[in-house]
Write a protein that binds this ligand. Structure first.
Ligand SMILES: [Ca+2]
Ligand SMILES: [Ca+2]
Length: 373
């Protein structure tokens, strides 16, 4: 990614303080507020062997306009039941150059110039990226100028989603005005052909909140940051092994220490407290994260309303009559009793399909002919 697409980096500060017997005031832990932006990944279910199941990522930004974001979303397990679909692509980055000085035929001094200027040569750089499927149709970022979903590992277990409302130059695209509950983007996941014997059928979708470089939210107040520096304090004890002594005094007076040695504890002459800003943590008063999940359901046979493994016979008909007219239980899953494939399981139309097939020579349940009606 070129530099103009990068988010501003948080300056890494290092503070070193040498103090004797210092008393340190830490931040109060009591300043808890309601988070200013919330990101929520949906909890969804999908049947085995189904592709492109949409997983909505929604956002609440009640106070500020959202201008850009970067989220790193990871599965909490190997890609054994769910994967993000990825493709490896070759990308090309073309730059245009103007030569300022030649030594014979060789250019010895050149600068990058705009593509529509009088350039002397082109440099094309190629690099491999791993892309993932995503869907912005109908979402809050549908018109954004830059949306990209890459995978660092490339094995379908994680995605980095980057969105920037407005790139430099050209028309101005506004960000997401304050709102609640809108869909930011839909990522797409495939449920694999998971056997019904697999017990743990849920993959959690975790927003990685560990790395500053891969989790960013940019709002209209550009001073706002979701990261808080964490100070680590390291205390060591020292004894003086060589004093500078003023012998003109009576008794002689110790002026200063010229040589120190570290000790594990008392007696000591000085304490050294070193404070280093070593890492950043998410400021949960600014950004709230609700992780999501995808559960792979048990497989089923379409038309097998009673779940005995055989679709479309008299037992399924009896099950549907019981369900519709006598308050019997629904089929499990409900999709198994969608005999006419209209997306609604276990109703009078499905019963009619069963009656037609069993008693009147109609189309088989869940057949192409029945499902196309
Ligand atoms: Ca059956
Ligand atoms: Ca139906």
């Amino acid at each position: 990614m070129s530099s103009q697409l990068s988010f501003r980096k948080v300056t890494f500060l290092t503070l070193v303080a040498m103090i004797l017997l210092a008393a340190t005031a830490m931040n109060s832990p009591n300043d808890i507020q309601t988070c200013e932006v919330a990101i929520s990944i949906a909890d969804i279910t999908a049947f085995p062997n189904t592709a492109d199941n949409p997983i909505a990522i929604s956002i609440d930004n009640p106070l500020d306009t959202l201008l850009g974001f970067q989220l790193w979303i990871q599965l909490d397990r190997s890609p054994d039941i769910v994967i993000f679909k990825t493709d490896s692509l070759t990308e090309y980055d073309t730059t245009y150059w103007k030569c300022n000085a030649y030594s014979g035929p060789i250019c010895t001094d050149s600068v990058i110039v705009p593509s529509d200027s009088a350039w002397d040569f082109i440099y094309i750089d190629t690099f491999e990226v791993v892309r993932a499927d995503f869907d912005t149709a109908g979402t809050l970022i549908a018109g954004w100028e830059y949306v990209n979903v890459n995978s660092l590992a490339g094995n379908g277990t994680e995605l980095i989603i980057t969105g920037i409302a407005d790139l430099p130059g050209g028309s101005v695209t506004p960000g997401i005005a304050p709102q609640s509950g809108g869909t930011l983007v839909n990522i797409l996941a495939d449920a694999l052909d998971v056997s019904d014997t697999v017990v743990n059928r849920t993959a959690n979708l975790i927003v990685n909140t560990t790395f500053v470089d891969n989790l960013n939210i940019v709002i209209s107040d550009l001073n706002w940051t979701i990261w808080q520096p964490v100070l680590l304090w390291d205390t060591t004890f020292w004894v003086c092994t060589d004093w500078l002594i003023d012998t003109t005094q009576d008794p002689p007076d110790t002026i200063d220490c010229v040589s120190w040695e570290q000790t594990s504890g008392p007696p000591w002459d000085s304490i050294l407290i070193v404070a280093d800003t070593l890492y950043y943590v998410l400021d949960t008063t600014k950004l709230c994260i609700n992780h999501g999940s995808l559960e792979v359901l048990q497989s089923y046979v379409c038309g097998d309303a009673n779940g005995d493994g055989t679709p479309g016979n008299i037992l399924d008909l009896t099950f549907l009559v019981d369900r519709i007219f006598r308050g019997g239980p629904p089929s499990d899953p409900l999709e198994a009793s969608d005999l006419n494939c209209d997306g609604d399981g276990g109703n009078i139309l499905d019963l009619t399909t069963a009656v037609d097939f069993i008693f009147r020579g109609g189309d088989p349940v869940c057949s192409a002919a029945e499902c196309s009606k």
